[in-house]
Design a protein around this ligand. Structure first.
Ligand code: DP6
Length: 383
């Protein structure tokens, strides 16, 4: 028997994937770019065991036995076994690819709340299967067949998923573009508006958008080609203010095409908009003060939760600003309310207090997750 335990990170797109050109192979209509988040606060964890003695494949998700009939899991398994069967062996375990597998997966964050849980989950599954079956090479096109965004979670730092041109998806792969420390001391604050399941999942939502939105044509043909080019340039030049502007613009455009869908896909709530508005006011203030490197940006996936990217020095100011605008409920201690990196919030200036107070009563957050950007999947040495 061979067993391995791995963890894999969540990734958050700053240029969003929304829409497929091939549903079965999960091939996207556009390139996307993401930041991989630290695994200290959020990750998927998967243990896989293979043995010639197992009589069938089995799967447990968050301690519950699940069916393995899901075609996406099947496609990942099939592809890993196909690659394993082609591997050159040193005479031992040649038939390893034919051994059945037992898979046990866990997430340490809310599933399907727009927190990219399927991305981390499939990246972890494919990475762990690759380890146990001894498969080398680029696993991003395998993870892609589990969930599109999962292909970006096989790398750390900034990652670009190339949509590719080939019909069989061979060139639809994710590649790292910069290490986690590219923008030094970058921090991430996730404002959890709701940890519940979203109404329309991403797969169904993007299918409806492609079928019905005319604004989507504009996004694919006009906005994205130049925005992606500008984003690559901003990353290359470490131009943080431009990175922020482009990230915000792309999130808003994705949610605009969602609203242009029939029936409309509404993911952001009033509280989501209140968070976005506070960030705009903060950025305007910093621009007025000539402090554009203090900018922060937000992005929303297919859910109401805001993901805020902020330089570390700025997080010291943004975190208390959020706490002032969206105070914890009386029953929660600050530690329960802000999970993750412990921080010493700076006292708020009068101006910032005024900004936050202008936002009061505009909604409630369930909690915040304070984290960083980080590396790709890992093998846990000591499971
Ligand atoms: C809004 O990867 O969950 O998070 O490929 O159908 O599984 P499927 O969709 P999924 O879509 C993620 C969409 C998004 C944007 C992004 O991560 O790029």
């Amino acid at each position: 028997m061979k067993t391995v335990t791995c963890t894999a990170p969540v990734n958050i797109a700053v240029i969003k994937y929304w829409g497929k050109r091939d549903e079965k192979l999960i091939l996207p209509l556009n390139d996307s770019i993401s930041f991989t988040l630290s695994q200290d606060e959020m990750c998927a964890k998967t243990t896989v065991s293979i043995s010639p003695k197992f009589s069938e494949d089995q799967f447990w998700l968050n301690d519950k036995k699940e069916s393995l009939e899901n075609p996406r899991i099947q496609n990942c398994l099939k592809e890993i076994r196909r690659r394993a069967s082609k591997r050159k062996f040193d005479g031992k375990d040649e038939n390893v690819w034919s051994w059945h597998v037992h898979i046990c997966s866990k997430n340490n964050f809310p599933t399907a709340a727009g927190l990219a849980s399927s991305a981390a989950g499939y990246a972890c599954l494919v990475y762990a299967l690759g380890q146990v079956y001894g498969v080398e090479g680029d696993l991003s096109p395998v993870a892609r067949q589990g969930s599109g965004s999962a292909c970006r979670s096989v790398h750390g730092g900034l990652v670009r998923w190339h949509k590719g041109e080939d019909d069989d998806g061979a060139d639809s792969v994710a590649r790292p573009i910069a290490p986690p420390g590219h923008f030094p001391d970058l921090q991430v604050i996730i404002c959890v508006v709701s940890a519940g399941q979203k109404k329309t999942g991403s797969t169904e939502g993007m299918r409806q958008t492609v079928a019905s939105s005319s604004l989507m044509q504009h996004r694919i043909k006009v906005s994205l080609p130049s925005r992606i080019e500008s984003m690559m340039k901003a990353i290359e030049e470490k131009d943080w203010p431009t990175f922020c502007d482009l990230t915000i613009a792309d999130s808003n455009e994705m949610h605009a095409v969602c609203l242009d869908t029939s029936p409309p896909c509404v993911y952001m709530t009033d509280t989501s908009h209140a968070v976005a508005s506070l960030i705009h006011k903060y950025n305007d203030l910093k621009t007025d003060q000539g402090d554009i490197n203090h900018k922060v940006c937000y992005t929303f996936d297919a859910g109401p939760n805001a993901c805020i990217f902020t330089p570390g020095a700025v997080a010291k100011e943004v975190l208390p600003l959020l706490l002032q605008a969206f105070p914890p409920p009386p029953a929660q201690t600050p530690k329960e309310y802000v999970k993750g990196i412990a921080s010493q919030p700076a006292p708020l200036s009068k101006e910032l207090k005024r900004l936050a107070d202008g936002c009061a009563q505009s909604g409630k957050l369930q909690y915040l997750i304070h984290t960083k950007v980080g590396d790709g999947p890992r093998v846990l040495v000591d499971p």
